[in-house]
Design a protein around this ligand. Structure first.
Ligand code: AMP
Ligand code: MN
Ligand code: MN
Ligand code: MN
Length: 282
């Protein structure tokens, strides 16, 4: 007998941050790919959610309001996904605007560093890809560098230039872990550690991150995500079990042809673990 699993995708991006499709088209692509429970989770930004929700409703998809908050923890960037947040709540909107505010200055400094490395006009080039003026991101620089032939693909850009502490990296102070969890909880949502397998922490640091996150009221961790290699699914399922986290999943889709997984094409999540979405199912 075949078991029918629900098609769940709770992590992706639109033109409200560093995705290439407007929220409406992300919704359409998710629906076309069979997604039944969907969240849009733009970086530090809630402005795409109304359009996404309206289109999801039209298409008969259950919609969850989401966000992916940039956090600095132990000197590194960590992403915390908030799901089921009240997106018209004032505090989270004000706080996210504050977090976004340093991006333009940082982008100019990235441009200067790239100029120093012989890559001219990268700031102006990145701006050509920016759809939300308050959200210029490393992704926009990466698209420019690939388009201009400086690197073969986005992965190479991060490896050579833009990854943490690489040649054109400019450090940022994002939100604290405590702030991100607090804002999400105040907005009625669940806080989830995004793609833990991407962080270059030691085992001791990972333990401290998970303990602190749990103590702050964080509840979930992504296991199946387009930002993990398949061998990391089992690893983080074990972490979820050990810490008593609910599991979440999402493609981390940004644009057609970019990234490991398209919307709605995730392998099934490991069975037998509580999920963040169990309680949202109608
Ligand atoms: P920022 O928010 O400006 O620091 O940019 C972070 C974004 O860069 C992430 O949300 C991803 O979309 C992208 N990114 C980070 N690392 C990589 C990578 N290794 N390959 C491709 N994209 C990446
Ligand atoms: Mn991104
Ligand atoms: Mn992320
Ligand atoms: Mn993401």
């Amino acid at each position: 007998m075949r078991t029918q699993t629900l098609n769940v995708d709770l992590h992706c991006h639109s033109t409200a941050s560093d995705g290439l499709l407007p929220p409406k088209e992300v919704a359409q692509r998710a629906a076309a790919n069979g997604v039944q429970l969907w969240a849009l989770t733009d970086h530090d930004e809630l402005s795409g959610l109304d359009e996404a929700r309206a289109e999801a409703q039209k298409l008969g998809m259950q919609f969850i309001s989401g966000v992916e908050i940039s956090v600095t923890w132990a000197g590194r960037t960590v992403h915390i996904v908030g799901l089921n947040v009240e997106d018209h709540q004032t505090q989270i909107n004000d706080e996210l605007a504050y977090i976004r505010a340093g991006r333009e200055q940082r982008a100019k400094e990235i441009g200067d560093k790239l100029t120093g490395l012989g890559i001219k006009n990268a700031y102006e080039g990145a701006l050509r890809y920016v759809s939300n003026p308050s959200l210029i991101s490393r992704t926009h620089f990466a698209r420019f560098l690939v388009e201009e032939g400086y690197c073969a693909n986005m992965g190479e850009v991060f490896k050579r230039y833009l990854g943490d502490h690489k040649a054109a990296f400019v450090p940022m102070q994002w939100a604290t872990l405590a702030q991100s969890v607090h804002w999400i909880r105040e907005a009625g949502g669940k806080a989830i550690i995004a793609h833990p397998g991407r962080y270059e922490f030691t085992p001791v640091q990972f333990g401290a991150l998970f303990d602190e996150f749990k103590a702050l009221g964080g509840v979930g961790i992504e296991v199946v995500t387009g930002s993990h290699r398949p061998d990391q699914y089992a690893e983080y399922a074990q972490v979820a079990k050990h810490y008593g986290f609910e599991i979440s999943c999402g493609s981390d889709f940004h644009a057609p042809g970019e990234g490991r997984l398209d919307l709605g094409t995730l392998p099934p999540s490991p069975a037998g673990l509580p999920t963040v979405w169990d309680e949202w199912l109608g």
